[in-house]
Design a protein around this ligand. Structure first.
Ligand code: PGA
Length: 254
């Protein structure tokens, strides 16, 4: 069974001092969240300090984005090579990047390939908008995002895939575990299986979108859901720890 992974996506929140305090808070409360693999994804500017704050613990770090080129004239961008040593994971293709910054599946695929080439574990995010769901296109669209995002990739060791329906992100309206499982077992799991065979069985599939301590166990009770990508609730140490503990317990790992 894949690892239980709880990743906290802090988005554009926390100053450097706030990021360090939050990371320290998570570290301090870690006992009891055993069994779940915690990944903190602060803004770029706080990655080094957060990494220092969690050093020697089981907590790992991730970036929220990166450029696919190694270096060059790309003002404001950060490359995979620059992230090496600062974090183990990188969130790619988050719906906010797709919607607000025009990221396409082709671009995201280049980033995924760059991440693998630089020993970073990509957390590939996929998910449909409300309009696409209502048009009955959710499953086909998500399958296509997985297919295109991983096009040309042969070794998926380290890959994590997060299903984040856009209509559930930051809205307080999480998908039901059944709705999430339908897409994750079907569109995502089956596509991974068809592309990568048995290796796909090791890929942690995370649900994301308004996850909180009240609904976390319900998601983890689904066989095909191995963890969560948490936005808002990850800005509170107690909440992200509760989510990790509850999900680890539900998975029988805590
Ligand atoms: P949310 O965000 O938990 O605040 O809905 C999830 C995400 O965007 O990763």
């Amino acid at each position: 069974m894949p690892q239980t992974v709880i990743a906290g996506n802090w988005k554009m929140n926390t100053t450097l001092a706030e990021a360090v305090a939050l990371a320290q808070g998570v570290r301090k409360g870690l006992t009891g969240a055993g069994g779940a693999h915690l990944v903190l994804c602060p803004p770029f500017i706080s990655l080094a300090a957060v990494q220092d704050a969690v050093r020697g613990s089981a907590i790992q770090t991730g970036a929220q984005n990166m450029h696919f080129e190694k270096s060059g004239a790309f003002t404001g961008e950060v490359s995979a090579a620059m992230l090496q040593g600062l974090c183990q994971y990188v969130i790619l293709g988050h719906s906010e990047r797709r919607q607000l910054f025009g990221e396409t599946d082709t671009l995201i695929n280049k980033k995924v390939q760059a991440a693998f080439q630089n020993d970073l574990k990509p957390i590939l995010c996929v998910g449909e908008t409300l309009e696409q769901r209502e048009a009955g296109r959710a499953a086909a669209l998500v399958a296509e995002q997985v297919r295109q995002g991983l096009n040309g990739v042969s070794n998926i060791t380290g890959l994590v895939v997060a299903y984040e329906p856009v209509w559930a992100i930051g809205t307080g309206k999480a998908a039901t575990p059944e709705i999430a499982a339908e897409i994750m077992d079907g569109a995502i799991g089956k596509t991974l299986q068809s592309m990568f065979g048995t290796a796909s069985g090791q890929v942690p599939l995370l649900y994301g979108g308004s996850v909180n301590p009240g609904n976390a166990a319900g998601f983890a009770a689904q066989k095909c859901i191995h963890g969560a990508l948490v936005g808002g609730a990850s800005l509170r140490a107690d909440q992200v720890l509760d989510i990790a503990r509850l999900m680890a317990q539900a998975k029988g790992a805590g």
